[in-house]
Structures are given as C-alpha cells and as structure tokens.
Write a protein that binds this ligand. Structure first.
Ligand SMILES: [Zn+2]
Length: 497
C-alpha cells in the first residue's frame, strides 16, 4: 500500500509589539496550493521540498494542501488564523483517505484572539481527526511547551540558525512519520523548558556555547532532539527556550533526554545571553573610524529593527559618511512609488523609511538620485531557503551621497549575495553593509565580512529582553529577570500525549 501523506504550511514569526497586523491577504499573496507546491518547491531547501523528497524516495504519495510563509512580521489577524485552520480541516477532509500529515508551523505566531496559534491549529486538526498521525515541523525560534504539542505524534525543528537545514527538517519530520506508519507505533515525545529568554541575536548556532550544545543534539542516536531558541519578541505564556525530544526508545527516554539538554541550557544561561558584544550607534561609528578599509566589507547589524524600515543607523551613516555604504531591502513602498514616478536619472526629495512605528526612528529627509526602478523578484541562491522565490514588488535603487539603498515594497531580509547580484553588483563593492537580519545573514557573511558589528538601537526588538513589555509571559519565573528560576532544576516537562 502506498501511504498518502498530506502537507500543509502556515508560518509566521510574530513580533507582538509591531502595530501592523498581518492580514489574510498578505498570507494569500505568498500562498501556494495543490499542484503549485511541487512545481514551486521540488528540489528546494525548504520544508515542503524536504517532505516531498522523502515521500518520493520512500514510495509515499505526497498530497499537497497549501503553503504560506511570511518570515518575521507583526501579529497575525484572527481572521487569518481562522481561515487557514478551516482550509486545513477542509483540505484534510477532501483528501481522505490519508495515512498522515506533515504540518509546517513556526511556533511563534501570535494573534490577539489566540493564546497559542500553533496549539489551536494542531488541536483543531486532532479534534477533527483523532487517529491521523500528525508530524509537526517547527522553526527553531518557536516558543514551545508540552501543551502546544499535545495533539502531535511527531515534532522536530530546525537545528541551525541560519536555517540552512529547512529541507532536512522537512525530511526528518516526514521520515519519522513514515516510520510511525510502517511500525504502527509512535515515538516518545517530550518538551522541557529551562526558563530562559534570549534575544534573537544570541540564537545564531555558530556562537559558543550554543554551537556545542546544538552539535551534541544533532548527534544523539535513535532520537531527534530539537533545542529551541524561542522567540523573545512574541509575548506568550510559553515564550523562551525549550527542548523537544522525539525518541523511539519511548516516553521515559524522551523525557530524560529533554531534561538533560534543558539542564545544559540552564547551566549556561548567562553565557547564552551574552554570546556576542552589542554596541551602541556611537561605539559602532567609533569602531569604523578607528579601522581603515581593508577591501572586505564591515557588516553592521541594526538588529532591533523588526520591520526592515528603521532609520537609526541610516541617519548616523548619512551624518558621519564613513565610506561607501549599501543598505539593502529597506522597506518603504511609498518611496518606491515616488522614485518610480520620478524615473531613473532624476534627483528627488524623499521622506525615507521609518514609517512603521515611532520606535523605528522616523523618516529621514533625503535628496536621492534615482539609479533604477522597476518590479524585482529573484530565486534565492544562498543556502538559507535556497531555490525559493522572493518578490520584492516595486523596487528603487537610490543613491544619497555615498550611501546606496535598495528600497523595496515587500518585506524581505537581505541575507546573501542576491541583494547585490540582482543589480549587477557585489558585496565587495562596498566598505560597509547595513543589514537587519538577526542570524540568517551569517551563513553568507561570516566568511566574507571583515567584521560584524551588532548595533543596538531604541527599537522594537531590543537586545535587552528586560525592556520588552510582556503581558502574557510570567517573567518572574524566567532568566534574566530571575537569576535562578525555580523551575529550572526541575524543568517543566510532560508526556505530550
Ligand atoms: Zn527562525
């Protein structure tokens, strides 16, 4: 018998404090359905790509329902959560008979009307299909607890950040699901939480001591351990780090291993929270002034920007003029329209970026030379999401003094060379590159950059998580508010089913 494996993906990382809700039409703009999914994702380094590859390799039938993925933005609208939950239930009903499903969820999607969006999606499916094997593939930045996964049989997450293992994660989920179907038994599944909140900037898996813990987790035999960074900018009861263990030796073993790795995180909580130095804008400018250009670009990371339109550091670069600068993928649809109307070869006044929230630093008044405008899209060449399609919408390449900016209409992170090659340029053409990615830029830029300066600005995603105004997370029980959280010696764990 050929097992029929459905696939559905609903994926958003939500910064609770971003004022713009992500409405249904934003998800719909990037949603692919049915046969479009194999056409778009076969052979790509993505979760559907990995799921499809294992189905084809192991003789299972891949039954694609839908896939929508938006990266990191604000809260999802309640309507969007309801819409895709409904579509999931309808899709599963219409695709019957099914032998299992792979659900691709983030883990840190946040919506005003839902205490836990992913739990709602999983529980809704479990209520409709009590016996359907459900495998969940999560983002490493998901906020997870045992209640979220109580309806799942299998749960795995990315084990690299940058997420260069998205395809592999789809493969791990699908391989485990097919094993469960074949052997007629589910693995043990446990979640342990060490009570730690870290900013995204510290979650890069190349940083010590996290890199050592991740390497140990990836090597564990006959079980699948996902160490989760969590996402501190989503305000939920389960915000924070966690460990998911799926273990074929059974539930007792799963719980013991989840606790073991949770304990490793707990013991290193202070080091995990301070894995890279964080500079002020003035300290970063002083660093640039103190070091002559080497021919290799310095990467500045304005990491606290959550909507790709912050202007704190752009303003400082325009004032201090430290050298040729590229600012890729600055989000400002309004300026893109104005630049396009003015046309290439002209100079116009722009009120540039800084429009999504007061914390972004506000718009900068500039005189910009228009170098190029038009619709822009590309296929990702870097390992992170390799092969995926990115649509920037109406785009303008503009020059302000020695600062060049690509102004885009759709939110996208500049994480690899594509942000340059789409304009016939290369990162080495610049002395300074101003990025807004948190960890995903590292795969491409660590080997290439002269150095990486992480800069903190008074914005929506501060490095100091104690500045985040939590309403749902009980911070009194968490590091760094509490130096020795009580729950950490006996981390919360629990049988998932
Ligand atoms: Zn992530």
């Amino acid at each position: 018998m050929t097992p029929r494996i459905a696939f559905a993906g609903f994926n958003l990382e939500s910064v609770s404090s971003v004022p713009q809700r992500v409405e249904l039409d934003e998800f719909q703009r990037v949603c692919t359905r049915g046969d479009e999914i194999p056409a778009r994702f076969r052979g790509t380094n993505t979760v559907p790509g990995g799921c499809m590859a294992i189905c084809e390799a192991e003789g299972a039938e891949f039954v694609p329902l839908f896939h929508t993925l938006l990266g990191a933005l604000g809260p999802a609208s309640d309507e969007a959560v309801q819409f895709y939950t409904r579509e999931l239930l309808d899709g599963v009903a219409q695709a019957a008979p099914l032998d299992g499903i792979v659900l691709f969820l983030h883990g840190a999607c946040w919506a005003e009307g839902y205490a836990d969006v992913e739990r709602h999606v999983i529980d809704s499916l479990r209520a409709a299909k009590p016996d359907l094997p459900i495998a969940v593939a999560l983002d490493y930045h998901g906020n997870v607890d045992a209640r979220m996964l109580r309806g799942a049989d299998i749960a795995v997450a990315y084990r690299h950040s940058p997420h260069i293992d998205m395809g592999e994660t789809g493969e791990r989920a699908t391989r485990a699901l097919l094993r469960m179907i074949r052997e007629g038994r589910r693995p043990g599944l446990a979640v342990a939480r060490p009570g730690i909140v870290i900013p995204s900037i510290m979650s890069a898996t190349s940083l010590m001591p996290l890199s050592r813990i991740m390497a140990e987790a990836r090597k564990a035999p006959d079980c699948d351990i996902s160490v989760m960074a969590g996402f501190s900018y989503a305000d939920a009861g389960n915000t924070g780090m966690s460990v998911i263990c799926m273990d074929w030796a059974g539930q007792t073993s799963a719980e013991a291993r989840a606790l073991e790795f949770s304990g490793k995180l707990y013991d290193l909580r202070a080091e995990l929270s301070a894995a890279v130095p964080v500079l002020t804008v003035d300290e970063a400018l002083a660093d640039l002034a103190a070091h002559p250009a080497t021919g290799r670009p310095v990467v500045l990371l304005e990491h606290a920007d959550r909507m790709n339109d912050s202007t704190h550091f752009l303003r400082a670069l325009l004032e201090h003029d430290p050298g040729p600068v590229m600012v890729p993928f600055l989000l400002d649809p309004e300026s893109a329209v104005q630049a396009h109307a003015a046309g290439a070869g002209n100079r116009i006044a722009l009120s540039l970026a800084g429009k999504s929230a007061p914390e972004t630093g506000g718009p900068v008044a500039v005189q910009a030379d228009i170098l190029w405008t038009g619709q822009k899209s590309f296929t990702v060449s870097g390992r992170y999401q390799q092969g995926s399609h990115v649509d920037l919408g109406l785009t303008a390449l503009i020059q302000i003094g020695r600062v060049r900016v690509s102004v885009v209409s759709h939110f996208a992170f500049a994480v690899d060379g594509d942000a340059f090659t789409i304009f016939g340029e290369s990162p080495q053409d610049y002395e300074i590159i101003l990025l807004r990615s948190k960890t995903h830029f590292r795969d491409f830029y660590e080997p290439l950059a002269e150095r990486i300066l992480v800069v903190d600005t008074p914005d929506l995603g501060p490095a100091n998580v104690q500045l985040i105004p939590y309403r749902r997370l009980d911070t009194a029980r968490m590091w760094p508010w509490c130096k020795t959280p009580d729950n950490t010696k006996k981390p919360e764990t629990g049988e998932v089913k």
